[in-house]
Design a protein around this ligand. Structure first.
Ligand code: ADP
Ligand code: ASP
Ligand code: MG
Length: 592
Protein backbone atom coordinates (compact mmCIF):
# COMPACT_ATOMS: atom_id res chain seq x y z
CA UNK A 1 0.00 0.00 0.00
CA UNK A 2 1.38 3.39 -0.96
CA UNK A 3 1.69 6.26 1.51
CA UNK A 4 1.09 9.82 0.41
CA UNK A 5 1.72 13.02 2.36
CA UNK A 6 -0.46 15.92 1.21
CA UNK A 7 0.26 19.45 2.42
CA UNK A 8 -2.24 22.30 2.12
CA UNK A 9 -0.94 25.86 2.49
CA UNK A 10 -2.76 28.85 4.01
CA UNK A 11 -4.73 29.94 0.94
CA UNK A 12 -5.79 26.35 0.31
CA UNK A 13 -7.53 26.20 3.71
CA UNK A 14 -8.53 29.87 3.90
CA UNK A 15 -12.23 29.14 4.60
CA UNK A 16 -14.43 26.19 5.44
CA UNK A 17 -15.37 25.61 1.82
CA UNK A 18 -11.68 25.32 0.88
CA UNK A 19 -11.10 23.02 3.86
CA UNK A 20 -13.88 20.78 2.54
CA UNK A 21 -12.37 20.85 -0.95
CA UNK A 22 -8.96 19.90 0.47
CA UNK A 23 -10.46 17.12 2.54
CA UNK A 24 -12.09 15.70 -0.60
CA UNK A 25 -8.63 15.33 -2.14
CA UNK A 26 -7.42 13.46 0.94
CA UNK A 27 -10.49 11.22 0.98
CA UNK A 28 -10.11 10.43 -2.72
CA UNK A 29 -6.46 9.44 -2.26
CA UNK A 30 -7.49 7.24 0.66
CA UNK A 31 -10.31 5.61 -1.30
CA UNK A 32 -7.83 4.87 -4.07
CA UNK A 33 -6.08 2.61 -1.61
CA UNK A 34 -3.34 4.83 -0.21
CA UNK A 35 -2.48 5.64 3.36
CA UNK A 36 -2.77 9.41 3.68
CA UNK A 37 -1.14 11.94 6.00
CA UNK A 38 -2.34 15.52 5.58
CA UNK A 39 -0.25 18.46 6.81
CA UNK A 40 -2.03 21.79 7.11
CA UNK A 41 -1.03 25.42 7.55
CA UNK A 42 -2.95 28.08 9.44
CA UNK A 43 -6.05 29.36 7.63
CA UNK A 44 -5.41 32.19 5.16
CA UNK A 45 -3.48 35.04 6.72
CA UNK A 46 -4.03 33.81 10.26
CA UNK A 47 -0.33 33.67 11.14
CA UNK A 48 0.08 37.30 10.01
CA UNK A 49 -2.88 38.28 12.17
CA UNK A 50 -1.41 36.55 15.21
CA UNK A 51 1.89 38.35 14.65
CA UNK A 52 0.02 41.63 14.42
CA UNK A 53 -1.79 40.94 17.69
CA UNK A 54 1.50 40.28 19.43
CA UNK A 55 2.95 43.50 18.02
CA UNK A 56 0.02 45.44 19.43
CA UNK A 57 0.93 44.22 22.92
CA UNK A 58 4.62 45.04 22.73
CA UNK A 59 7.61 45.49 20.47
CA UNK A 60 9.63 42.51 21.70
CA UNK A 61 7.31 39.65 22.66
CA UNK A 62 9.10 36.75 24.38
CA UNK A 63 9.98 34.20 21.68
CA UNK A 64 8.57 31.32 23.70
CA UNK A 65 5.17 33.00 23.97
CA UNK A 66 5.31 33.91 20.30
CA UNK A 67 5.53 30.22 19.46
CA UNK A 68 2.73 29.39 21.86
CA UNK A 69 0.62 31.93 19.99
CA UNK A 70 1.63 31.07 16.42
CA UNK A 71 1.09 27.34 16.88
CA UNK A 72 -2.61 27.95 17.51
CA UNK A 73 -3.16 28.84 13.85
CA UNK A 74 -2.33 25.33 12.69
CA UNK A 75 -4.24 23.77 15.58
CA UNK A 76 -7.45 25.38 14.33
CA UNK A 77 -6.95 24.05 10.80
CA UNK A 78 -6.16 20.47 11.76
CA UNK A 79 -9.29 20.20 13.87
CA UNK A 80 -11.50 21.64 11.11
CA UNK A 81 -9.87 19.42 8.51
CA UNK A 82 -10.49 16.31 10.64
CA UNK A 83 -14.13 17.36 11.07
CA UNK A 84 -14.43 17.89 7.32
CA UNK A 85 -13.11 14.41 6.60
CA UNK A 86 -15.42 12.95 9.21
CA UNK A 87 -18.35 14.70 7.53
CA UNK A 88 -17.41 12.95 4.30
CA UNK A 89 -17.72 9.60 6.05
CA UNK A 90 -14.05 8.74 6.57
CA UNK A 91 -12.09 8.37 9.78
CA UNK A 92 -9.61 11.12 10.60
CA UNK A 93 -7.50 12.07 13.62
CA UNK A 94 -5.82 15.45 14.04
CA UNK A 95 -2.51 15.79 15.87
CA UNK A 96 -0.41 18.76 16.98
CA UNK A 97 3.35 18.71 16.54
CA UNK A 98 3.76 17.72 20.18
CA UNK A 99 1.26 14.87 19.86
CA UNK A 100 3.11 13.49 16.86
CA UNK A 101 6.42 13.79 18.64
CA UNK A 102 8.18 16.30 16.38
CA UNK A 103 11.15 17.09 18.59
CA UNK A 104 13.02 20.29 17.83
CA UNK A 105 15.79 22.36 19.36
CA UNK A 106 14.80 25.36 21.47
CA UNK A 107 15.45 28.15 18.97
CA UNK A 108 12.00 29.66 19.25
CA UNK A 109 10.47 30.98 16.00
CA UNK A 110 13.14 29.24 13.91
CA UNK A 111 13.52 25.83 15.52
CA UNK A 112 15.16 22.91 13.74
CA UNK A 113 13.73 19.41 13.76
CA UNK A 114 15.80 16.90 15.73
CA UNK A 115 13.61 13.81 15.44
CA UNK A 116 10.11 12.62 14.63
CA UNK A 117 8.47 9.58 16.14
CA UNK A 118 6.44 7.58 13.68
CA UNK A 119 4.75 4.99 15.92
CA UNK A 120 1.59 6.91 16.71
CA UNK A 121 1.03 8.06 13.11
CA UNK A 122 1.76 4.61 11.73
CA UNK A 123 -0.65 2.97 14.13
CA UNK A 124 -3.43 5.44 13.30
CA UNK A 125 -2.82 4.89 9.60
CA UNK A 126 -2.90 1.12 10.01
CA UNK A 127 -6.24 1.47 11.81
CA UNK A 128 -7.63 3.12 8.68
CA UNK A 129 -7.42 6.77 9.70
CA UNK A 130 -6.40 9.73 7.63
CA UNK A 131 -3.92 11.51 9.91
CA UNK A 132 -4.04 15.30 9.97
CA UNK A 133 -0.80 16.81 11.22
CA UNK A 134 -0.30 20.43 12.23
CA UNK A 135 2.44 21.98 10.14
CA UNK A 136 5.15 24.39 11.25
CA UNK A 137 5.37 23.29 14.89
CA UNK A 138 7.15 20.98 17.27
CA UNK A 139 8.17 20.63 20.86
CA UNK A 140 11.54 20.96 22.58
CA UNK A 141 12.94 18.69 25.25
CA UNK A 142 11.27 20.74 27.98
CA UNK A 143 7.86 20.41 26.27
CA UNK A 144 7.89 24.03 25.10
CA UNK A 145 6.04 24.54 21.84
CA UNK A 146 8.32 25.70 19.04
CA UNK A 147 7.76 26.82 15.44
CA UNK A 148 9.98 26.24 12.44
CA UNK A 149 10.00 29.69 10.81
CA UNK A 150 7.61 31.28 8.31
CA UNK A 151 6.55 28.89 5.60
CA UNK A 152 7.67 25.97 7.78
CA UNK A 153 4.70 23.68 7.07
CA UNK A 154 6.46 22.56 3.87
CA UNK A 155 9.31 21.38 6.07
CA UNK A 156 6.95 19.48 8.37
CA UNK A 157 5.40 17.77 5.34
CA UNK A 158 8.63 16.70 3.68
CA UNK A 159 10.17 15.65 7.01
CA UNK A 160 7.13 13.46 7.73
CA UNK A 161 7.31 12.02 4.22
CA UNK A 162 10.97 11.19 4.86
CA UNK A 163 10.52 9.40 8.17
CA UNK A 164 7.38 7.56 7.06
CA UNK A 165 8.98 6.49 3.79
CA UNK A 166 6.16 8.08 1.78
CA UNK A 167 6.05 7.50 -1.98
CA UNK A 168 5.49 11.17 -2.64
CA UNK A 169 4.95 14.44 -0.81
CA UNK A 170 2.26 16.51 -2.54
CA UNK A 171 2.40 20.25 -1.86
CA UNK A 172 -1.00 21.77 -2.67
CA UNK A 173 -0.81 25.54 -3.03
CA UNK A 174 -2.26 28.57 -4.79
CA UNK A 175 -0.09 28.16 -7.91
CA UNK A 176 -0.20 25.13 -10.15
CA UNK A 177 3.47 24.27 -9.79
CA UNK A 178 6.95 25.70 -9.69
CA UNK A 179 7.55 28.45 -12.23
CA UNK A 180 10.74 29.69 -13.83
CA UNK A 181 10.30 32.68 -11.54
CA UNK A 182 7.58 33.98 -9.24
CA UNK A 183 4.54 34.29 -11.55
CA UNK A 184 3.28 37.16 -9.42
CA UNK A 185 6.41 39.12 -10.22
CA UNK A 186 6.68 38.24 -13.89
CA UNK A 187 3.76 37.39 -16.15
CA UNK A 188 6.06 35.61 -18.63
CA UNK A 189 7.05 33.02 -16.00
CA UNK A 190 6.44 29.45 -17.17
CA UNK A 191 5.45 26.42 -15.13
CA UNK A 192 8.06 23.72 -15.36
CA UNK A 193 7.10 20.07 -15.34
CA UNK A 194 10.16 19.08 -13.37
CA UNK A 195 12.99 20.79 -11.50
CA UNK A 196 16.03 19.38 -9.77
CA UNK A 197 16.33 19.45 -6.02
CA UNK A 198 19.60 21.37 -6.25
CA UNK A 199 18.06 24.10 -8.39
CA UNK A 200 14.98 24.31 -6.17
CA UNK A 201 17.15 24.55 -3.08
CA UNK A 202 19.06 27.52 -4.49
CA UNK A 203 15.93 29.19 -5.85
CA UNK A 204 14.10 28.77 -2.55
CA UNK A 205 16.91 30.32 -0.58
CA UNK A 206 17.28 33.12 -3.15
CA UNK A 207 13.68 34.22 -2.87
CA UNK A 208 11.36 31.69 -4.57
CA UNK A 209 8.82 31.53 -1.73
CA UNK A 210 6.89 28.62 -3.20
CA UNK A 211 8.84 26.16 -1.04
CA UNK A 212 10.47 26.56 2.37
CA UNK A 213 14.12 25.94 1.58
CA UNK A 214 14.65 23.61 4.53
CA UNK A 215 11.98 21.30 3.12
CA UNK A 216 14.14 20.84 0.04
CA UNK A 217 17.11 19.97 2.23
CA UNK A 218 15.02 17.08 3.57
CA UNK A 219 13.97 16.08 0.08
CA UNK A 220 17.59 15.97 -0.99
CA UNK A 221 18.92 14.25 2.11
CA UNK A 222 16.23 11.55 2.12
CA UNK A 223 15.32 11.39 -1.61
CA UNK A 224 11.69 12.37 -1.14
CA UNK A 225 9.97 13.13 -4.46
CA UNK A 226 7.87 16.30 -4.17
CA UNK A 227 4.90 17.17 -6.35
CA UNK A 228 3.94 20.87 -6.19
CA UNK A 229 0.42 21.36 -7.54
CA UNK A 230 -2.72 23.44 -7.37
CA UNK A 231 -5.28 23.00 -4.61
CA UNK A 232 -7.95 24.14 -6.98
CA UNK A 233 -7.54 21.72 -9.90
CA UNK A 234 -6.57 18.10 -10.43
CA UNK A 235 -3.93 18.85 -13.02
CA UNK A 236 -0.38 17.63 -12.56
CA UNK A 237 2.04 20.32 -11.38
CA UNK A 238 5.81 20.18 -10.96
CA UNK A 239 7.94 17.30 -9.73
CA UNK A 240 10.99 18.22 -7.64
CA UNK A 241 13.33 15.30 -8.21
CA UNK A 242 17.00 14.62 -8.82
CA UNK A 243 17.13 15.60 -12.52
CA UNK A 244 16.52 19.05 -14.04
CA UNK A 245 13.78 19.81 -16.58
CA UNK A 246 16.27 19.67 -19.41
CA UNK A 247 19.87 18.50 -19.34
CA UNK A 248 20.84 21.10 -21.92
CA UNK A 249 19.51 24.28 -20.42
CA UNK A 250 22.14 26.46 -18.76
CA UNK A 251 19.58 28.20 -16.58
CA UNK A 252 16.42 26.67 -15.16
CA UNK A 253 15.04 29.50 -13.05
CA UNK A 254 15.53 33.01 -11.70
CA UNK A 255 14.78 34.57 -8.34
CA UNK A 256 14.79 37.92 -6.68
CA UNK A 257 15.38 38.91 -3.07
CA UNK A 258 14.06 42.42 -2.74
CA UNK A 259 14.97 43.13 0.82
CA UNK A 260 18.73 42.98 0.93
CA UNK A 261 21.25 45.35 2.46
CA UNK A 262 24.90 45.70 1.45
CA UNK A 263 27.65 46.32 3.95
CA UNK A 264 31.28 47.12 3.08
CA UNK A 265 34.14 47.16 5.54
CA UNK A 266 36.79 49.40 3.98
CA UNK A 267 40.53 49.13 4.44
CA UNK A 268 40.69 45.83 6.29
CA UNK A 269 44.30 44.75 6.85
CA UNK A 270 44.77 41.93 4.30
CA UNK A 271 45.95 39.33 6.78
CA UNK A 272 44.77 35.84 7.64
CA UNK A 273 41.92 35.97 10.13
CA UNK A 274 40.35 39.26 9.05
CA UNK A 275 37.30 37.62 7.46
CA UNK A 276 36.98 35.33 10.42
CA UNK A 277 36.94 38.27 12.80
CA UNK A 278 34.13 39.98 10.90
CA UNK A 279 31.93 37.02 10.08
CA UNK A 280 32.22 35.28 13.42
CA UNK A 281 30.84 38.39 15.13
CA UNK A 282 27.89 38.36 12.74
CA UNK A 283 27.31 34.62 13.11
CA UNK A 284 27.10 35.03 16.87
CA UNK A 285 23.90 36.94 16.13
CA UNK A 286 22.59 34.04 14.00
CA UNK A 287 22.44 36.23 10.91
CA UNK A 288 23.14 34.57 7.58
CA UNK A 289 25.38 36.43 5.22
CA UNK A 290 25.42 36.13 1.45
CA UNK A 291 27.47 37.50 -1.48
CA UNK A 292 30.75 37.74 0.40
CA UNK A 293 33.23 39.58 -1.81
CA UNK A 294 36.67 40.69 -0.96
CA UNK A 295 38.68 42.73 -3.42
CA UNK A 296 42.14 41.36 -3.88
CA UNK A 297 44.38 43.20 -1.42
CA UNK A 298 45.71 46.59 -2.49
CA UNK A 299 48.73 47.85 -0.52
CA UNK A 300 48.06 45.41 2.26
CA UNK A 301 44.41 46.41 2.63
CA UNK A 302 41.21 44.92 1.27
CA UNK A 303 37.55 45.91 1.22
CA UNK A 304 35.14 43.20 2.32
CA UNK A 305 31.52 43.48 1.18
CA UNK A 306 28.55 41.22 1.77
CA UNK A 307 24.78 41.24 1.96
CA UNK A 308 22.34 40.42 4.73
CA UNK A 309 18.53 40.49 4.87
CA UNK A 310 17.50 44.12 5.24
CA UNK A 311 15.70 43.57 8.53
CA UNK A 312 18.96 42.29 10.01
CA UNK A 313 20.95 45.36 8.95
CA UNK A 314 21.13 47.04 12.35
CA UNK A 315 22.30 44.03 14.37
CA UNK A 316 24.81 43.31 11.59
CA UNK A 317 26.17 46.85 11.70
CA UNK A 318 26.52 46.59 15.47
CA UNK A 319 28.44 43.34 15.13
CA UNK A 320 30.64 44.72 12.35
CA UNK A 321 31.43 47.90 14.28
CA UNK A 322 33.20 46.00 17.02
CA UNK A 323 35.04 43.76 14.54
CA UNK A 324 36.20 46.64 12.36
CA UNK A 325 37.46 48.51 15.38
CA UNK A 326 39.53 45.61 16.58
CA UNK A 327 40.90 45.07 13.07
CA UNK A 328 41.72 48.73 12.56
CA UNK A 329 39.61 48.96 9.38
CA UNK A 330 39.11 52.41 7.88
CA UNK A 331 35.35 52.67 7.62
CA UNK A 332 32.06 50.77 7.23
CA UNK A 333 29.50 51.76 4.60
CA UNK A 334 26.09 50.29 3.84
CA UNK A 335 23.21 50.56 1.40
CA UNK A 336 19.66 49.49 2.16
CA UNK A 337 18.38 50.23 -1.29
CA UNK A 338 19.60 47.09 -3.04
CA UNK A 339 18.17 43.80 -4.26
CA UNK A 340 19.74 40.50 -5.27
CA UNK A 341 18.75 38.91 -8.55
CA UNK A 342 19.97 35.40 -9.38
CA UNK A 343 19.96 32.91 -12.21
CA UNK A 344 20.12 29.23 -11.23
CA UNK A 345 20.80 26.20 -13.40
CA UNK A 346 22.54 22.85 -13.14
CA UNK A 347 23.58 23.24 -16.78
CA UNK A 348 25.78 26.27 -16.17
CA UNK A 349 28.38 24.10 -14.47
CA UNK A 350 29.23 22.60 -17.89
CA UNK A 351 28.78 25.49 -20.28
CA UNK A 352 30.89 28.49 -21.18
CA UNK A 353 29.43 31.90 -21.89
CA UNK A 354 26.54 31.85 -19.44
CA UNK A 355 27.54 34.73 -17.17
CA UNK A 356 28.42 37.06 -20.03
CA UNK A 357 24.96 36.66 -21.58
CA UNK A 358 23.38 37.66 -18.30
CA UNK A 359 25.73 40.63 -17.85
CA UNK A 360 25.19 41.77 -21.45
CA UNK A 361 21.41 41.70 -21.01
CA UNK A 362 21.64 43.79 -17.85
CA UNK A 363 23.97 46.25 -19.49
CA UNK A 364 21.69 46.70 -22.49
CA UNK A 365 18.92 47.54 -20.04
CA UNK A 366 21.23 50.18 -18.54
CA UNK A 367 21.45 48.36 -15.20
CA UNK A 368 24.63 48.74 -13.21
CA UNK A 369 25.82 45.59 -11.46
CA UNK A 370 27.06 46.56 -8.02
CA UNK A 371 28.46 43.18 -7.03
CA UNK A 372 28.73 39.72 -8.57
CA UNK A 373 29.13 36.32 -6.97
CA UNK A 374 28.76 32.93 -8.54
CA UNK A 375 28.73 29.33 -7.47
CA UNK A 376 28.68 26.18 -9.58
CA UNK A 377 24.97 26.52 -10.30
CA UNK A 378 24.07 30.16 -9.70
CA UNK A 379 25.03 33.68 -10.63
CA UNK A 380 23.88 36.44 -8.29
CA UNK A 381 24.12 40.15 -8.95
CA UNK A 382 23.39 43.02 -6.63
CA UNK A 383 21.52 45.91 -8.21
CA UNK A 384 19.70 48.97 -6.92
CA UNK A 385 16.24 47.99 -5.70
CA UNK A 386 14.27 50.10 -8.23
CA UNK A 387 16.05 48.24 -11.03
CA UNK A 388 15.54 44.74 -9.65
CA UNK A 389 12.24 44.00 -11.36
CA UNK A 390 13.68 44.94 -14.76
CA UNK A 391 16.76 42.87 -14.01
CA UNK A 392 14.59 39.84 -13.33
CA UNK A 393 12.71 40.34 -16.60
CA UNK A 394 15.97 40.70 -18.52
CA UNK A 395 17.45 37.52 -17.06
CA UNK A 396 14.26 35.61 -17.80
CA UNK A 397 14.37 36.81 -21.39
CA UNK A 398 18.09 36.32 -21.97
CA UNK A 399 17.84 32.65 -21.08
CA UNK A 400 14.48 32.20 -22.89
CA UNK A 401 12.96 30.82 -19.73
CA UNK A 402 9.46 31.39 -21.11
CA UNK A 403 10.15 28.77 -23.78
CA UNK A 404 9.56 25.13 -23.07
CA UNK A 405 12.74 23.13 -23.72
CA UNK A 406 12.26 20.75 -26.61
CA UNK A 407 13.87 17.87 -24.76
CA UNK A 408 11.79 18.05 -21.61
CA UNK A 409 10.65 14.73 -20.18
CA UNK A 410 6.99 13.74 -20.29
CA UNK A 411 5.17 14.03 -17.00
CA UNK A 412 5.21 12.44 -14.50
CA UNK A 413 8.84 12.13 -13.64
CA UNK A 414 10.09 9.36 -11.44
CA UNK A 415 7.93 8.64 -8.43
CA UNK A 416 9.17 5.45 -6.84
CA UNK A 417 6.50 2.74 -7.26
CA UNK A 418 7.31 1.09 -3.95
CA UNK A 419 7.33 2.84 -0.57
CA UNK A 420 10.89 3.77 0.32
CA UNK A 421 12.41 2.14 3.33
CA UNK A 422 12.01 4.40 6.37
CA UNK A 423 14.36 2.19 8.34
CA UNK A 424 17.14 3.35 6.09
CA UNK A 425 16.43 6.97 7.02
CA UNK A 426 16.47 6.20 10.71
CA UNK A 427 19.68 4.23 10.36
CA UNK A 428 21.36 7.08 8.56
CA UNK A 429 20.43 9.48 11.32
CA UNK A 430 21.63 7.44 14.30
CA UNK A 431 21.48 9.97 17.06
CA UNK A 432 22.05 12.93 14.75
CA UNK A 433 19.42 15.67 14.52
CA UNK A 434 17.43 15.45 11.29
CA UNK A 435 18.35 19.00 10.30
CA UNK A 436 21.89 18.79 11.57
CA UNK A 437 24.57 20.05 9.26
CA UNK A 438 25.87 17.27 7.03
CA UNK A 439 29.18 17.60 5.25
CA UNK A 440 29.78 14.88 2.74
CA UNK A 441 32.92 16.04 0.98
CA UNK A 442 35.93 18.29 1.34
CA UNK A 443 37.92 18.61 -1.86
CA UNK A 444 41.02 20.30 -3.15
CA UNK A 445 41.14 21.47 -6.75
CA UNK A 446 44.62 22.41 -7.91
CA UNK A 447 43.74 22.90 -11.54
CA UNK A 448 42.94 26.60 -11.55
CA UNK A 449 44.61 29.98 -11.78
CA UNK A 450 43.27 33.39 -10.77
CA UNK A 451 43.12 36.56 -12.84
CA UNK A 452 42.12 39.94 -11.40
CA UNK A 453 41.49 43.13 -13.29
CA UNK A 454 41.79 46.04 -10.91
CA UNK A 455 40.07 49.41 -11.07
CA UNK A 456 37.58 48.59 -13.80
CA UNK A 457 34.96 51.33 -14.25
CA UNK A 458 31.94 50.56 -12.09
CA UNK A 459 29.50 51.10 -14.97
CA UNK A 460 26.98 49.09 -17.00
CA UNK A 461 28.53 46.89 -19.65
CA UNK A 462 31.97 46.32 -18.18
CA UNK A 463 31.41 42.84 -16.76
CA UNK A 464 29.58 41.90 -19.95
CA UNK A 465 32.51 42.92 -22.14
CA UNK A 466 35.08 41.19 -19.92
CA UNK A 467 33.28 37.85 -19.88
CA UNK A 468 32.28 38.03 -23.51
CA UNK A 469 35.92 38.40 -24.49
CA UNK A 470 36.95 35.61 -22.15
CA UNK A 471 34.22 33.32 -23.53
CA UNK A 472 35.11 34.27 -27.10
CA UNK A 473 38.62 33.00 -26.39
CA UNK A 474 37.04 29.65 -25.46
CA UNK A 475 38.06 29.93 -21.81
CA UNK A 476 35.89 28.28 -19.18
CA UNK A 477 35.47 30.56 -16.18
CA UNK A 478 34.68 28.99 -12.84
CA UNK A 479 34.38 31.51 -10.00
CA UNK A 480 33.58 35.15 -10.65
CA UNK A 481 33.52 37.94 -8.10
CA UNK A 482 33.12 41.64 -8.62
CA UNK A 483 33.85 43.74 -5.58
CA UNK A 484 31.68 46.63 -4.52
CA UNK A 485 33.05 49.72 -6.28
CA UNK A 486 35.04 52.41 -4.53
CA UNK A 487 35.44 55.85 -6.10
CA UNK A 488 33.70 54.50 -9.21
CA UNK A 489 36.17 51.65 -9.64
CA UNK A 490 35.76 47.97 -8.87
CA UNK A 491 37.89 44.81 -9.03
CA UNK A 492 36.86 41.82 -11.12
CA UNK A 493 38.43 38.46 -10.30
CA UNK A 494 37.86 35.08 -11.85
CA UNK A 495 39.39 31.65 -11.95
CA UNK A 496 40.27 29.71 -15.10
CA UNK A 497 41.93 26.36 -15.84
CA UNK A 498 45.72 26.67 -15.42
CA UNK A 499 46.60 25.92 -19.08
CA UNK A 500 44.46 28.88 -20.18
CA UNK A 501 46.09 31.39 -17.85
CA UNK A 502 48.38 32.97 -20.42
CA UNK A 503 45.53 33.32 -22.86
CA UNK A 504 43.27 34.74 -20.14
CA UNK A 505 45.92 37.23 -19.16
CA UNK A 506 46.24 38.42 -22.75
CA UNK A 507 42.50 38.94 -22.93
CA UNK A 508 42.61 40.82 -19.62
CA UNK A 509 45.55 43.01 -20.75
CA UNK A 510 43.69 43.95 -23.91
CA UNK A 511 40.63 44.87 -21.81
CA UNK A 512 42.67 47.16 -19.58
CA UNK A 513 43.73 49.16 -22.59
CA UNK A 514 40.12 49.30 -23.85
CA UNK A 515 38.87 50.51 -20.48
CA UNK A 516 41.99 52.50 -19.51
CA UNK A 517 42.13 50.59 -16.29
CA UNK A 518 44.34 48.10 -14.52
CA UNK A 519 46.62 46.67 -13.44
CA UNK A 520 45.98 43.00 -14.15
CA UNK A 521 47.32 40.68 -11.50
CA UNK A 522 47.22 36.94 -11.46
CA UNK A 523 48.19 33.90 -9.46
CA UNK A 524 49.35 31.11 -11.74
CA UNK A 525 48.85 28.71 -8.95
CA UNK A 526 45.80 28.84 -6.72
CA UNK A 527 43.87 26.13 -4.96
CA UNK A 528 40.15 25.90 -4.61
CA UNK A 529 38.93 24.15 -1.51
CA UNK A 530 35.32 23.10 -1.37
CA UNK A 531 33.26 21.96 1.55
CA UNK A 532 30.05 20.32 0.30
CA UNK A 533 26.99 19.08 2.12
CA UNK A 534 23.49 20.09 3.04
CA UNK A 535 22.40 23.10 5.06
CA UNK A 536 25.52 25.11 4.49
CA UNK A 537 23.94 28.50 4.28
CA UNK A 538 21.24 28.00 6.88
CA UNK A 539 23.92 26.82 9.29
CA UNK A 540 25.71 30.16 9.48
CA UNK A 541 28.72 28.62 11.13
CA UNK A 542 30.16 26.78 8.11
CA UNK A 543 32.06 29.62 6.43
CA UNK A 544 33.18 30.79 9.86
CA UNK A 545 34.63 27.39 10.70
CA UNK A 546 36.53 27.47 7.42
CA UNK A 547 37.81 30.99 8.01
CA UNK A 548 38.83 30.16 11.56
CA UNK A 549 40.74 27.02 10.73
CA UNK A 550 42.55 28.60 7.76
CA UNK A 551 43.43 31.71 9.77
CA UNK A 552 44.86 29.57 12.53
CA UNK A 553 47.22 28.03 9.97
CA UNK A 554 48.13 31.49 8.66
CA UNK A 555 46.49 30.84 5.27
CA UNK A 556 45.11 33.90 3.49
CA UNK A 557 41.79 33.58 1.65
CA UNK A 558 41.82 35.17 -1.81
CA UNK A 559 38.24 34.49 -2.90
CA UNK A 560 35.12 33.01 -1.32
CA UNK A 561 31.75 31.88 -2.60
CA UNK A 562 28.85 30.23 -0.92
CA UNK A 563 25.79 28.31 -2.02
CA UNK A 564 23.26 26.09 -0.31
CA UNK A 565 25.34 23.00 -0.89
CA UNK A 566 28.90 24.23 -1.06
CA UNK A 567 31.35 26.82 0.25
CA UNK A 568 34.45 27.40 -1.90
CA UNK A 569 37.55 29.33 -0.95
CA UNK A 570 40.57 30.12 -3.08
CA UNK A 571 43.98 30.19 -1.42
CA UNK A 572 47.59 30.35 -2.54
CA UNK A 573 48.68 27.26 -4.49
CA UNK A 574 51.49 26.35 -2.12
CA UNK A 575 49.04 26.08 0.78
CA UNK A 576 46.60 23.60 -0.79
CA UNK A 577 47.44 20.43 1.11
CA UNK A 578 47.83 22.21 4.40
CA UNK A 579 44.48 23.93 3.90
CA UNK A 580 42.83 20.61 3.06
CA UNK A 581 44.15 19.06 6.27
CA UNK A 582 42.94 22.05 8.29
CA UNK A 583 39.43 21.77 6.87
CA UNK A 584 39.30 18.01 7.35
CA UNK A 585 40.11 18.54 11.01
CA UNK A 586 37.72 21.46 11.37
CA UNK A 587 34.78 19.44 10.04
CA UNK A 588 35.73 16.07 11.50
CA UNK A 589 32.65 15.93 13.71
CA UNK A 590 30.12 16.57 10.91
CA UNK A 591 31.75 14.71 8.03
CA UNK A 592 29.51 11.76 7.15
P1 ADP B 1 1.29 28.30 0.66
O1 ADP B 1 0.49 29.16 1.58
O2 ADP B 1 0.47 27.31 -0.09
O3 ADP B 1 2.46 27.67 1.36
P2 ADP B 1 3.03 30.30 -0.48
O4 ADP B 1 2.46 31.67 -0.57
O5 ADP B 1 3.99 30.00 0.61
O6 ADP B 1 1.81 29.27 -0.47
O7 ADP B 1 3.72 29.90 -1.86
C1 ADP B 1 3.06 30.07 -3.08
C2 ADP B 1 3.48 31.37 -3.72
O8 ADP B 1 4.88 31.32 -4.02
C3 ADP B 1 2.86 31.65 -5.05
O9 ADP B 1 1.63 32.30 -4.91
C4 ADP B 1 3.90 32.50 -5.79
O10 ADP B 1 3.57 33.86 -5.81
C5 ADP B 1 5.15 32.34 -4.96
N1 ADP B 1 6.33 31.95 -5.75
C6 ADP B 1 7.57 32.50 -5.63
N2 ADP B 1 8.42 31.98 -6.50
C7 ADP B 1 7.73 31.04 -7.20
C8 ADP B 1 8.08 30.13 -8.24
N3 ADP B 1 9.33 30.07 -8.73
N4 ADP B 1 7.12 29.31 -8.70
C9 ADP B 1 5.86 29.34 -8.20
N5 ADP B 1 5.48 30.19 -7.23
C10 ADP B 1 6.38 31.04 -6.72
N1 ASP C 1 1.42 29.27 9.04
C1 ASP C 1 2.84 29.41 8.90
C2 ASP C 1 3.15 30.69 8.13
O1 ASP C 1 2.25 31.38 7.70
C3 ASP C 1 3.50 28.23 8.30
C4 ASP C 1 3.14 27.92 6.87
O2 ASP C 1 2.11 28.38 6.37
O3 ASP C 1 3.89 27.18 6.23
O4 ASP C 1 4.30 31.01 7.96
MG1 MG D 1 4.41 28.33 1.81
Amino acid sequence: MALIVQKFGGTSVADTEKILAASRKAVRAHQEGNQVVVVVSAMGKNTDLLIKLAAEIGEHPPAREMDMLLSTGEQVSVALMAMAIDSLGEQAVSLTGAQIGIRTDSTHTKARIISISTERIQQLLDEGNIVIAAGFQGIDEDYNITTLGRGGSDTTAVALAAVLGANVCEIYTDVDGVYTTDPRKLAEARRVSQISCDEMLELASLGAGVMHSRSIEFAKKFSVPIHVRSSFTDLPGTMIVAEPESPNMAVGGAAITMNEARITVLGVPDVPGASFEIFSRIAEQNISVDMIVQNVGDEGHADISFTVPRDELQPTLDAVASASQSLGALDVTHDENVAKVSAVGLGMAQQTGVADRMFRGLSEAGINIQMITTSEIKISVLVSRPEAQTALRVIHEVFSLHQEPTDRPTFPATVSPEPRDPVDVVARLQGVGMEELTIDQITLDESQARVSIHNVPDAPGVAAKVFEDVAAAGIFVDMIVQSYGRDGLADLSFTVPKPTLQNSQQVADKLTSDFQCGPVTSSPDVCKLSVSGIGLRSHTGVAIRMFRSLAAADINIEMVNTSEVRVNVVVDGSKGLLALKCLQTAFEDVLR
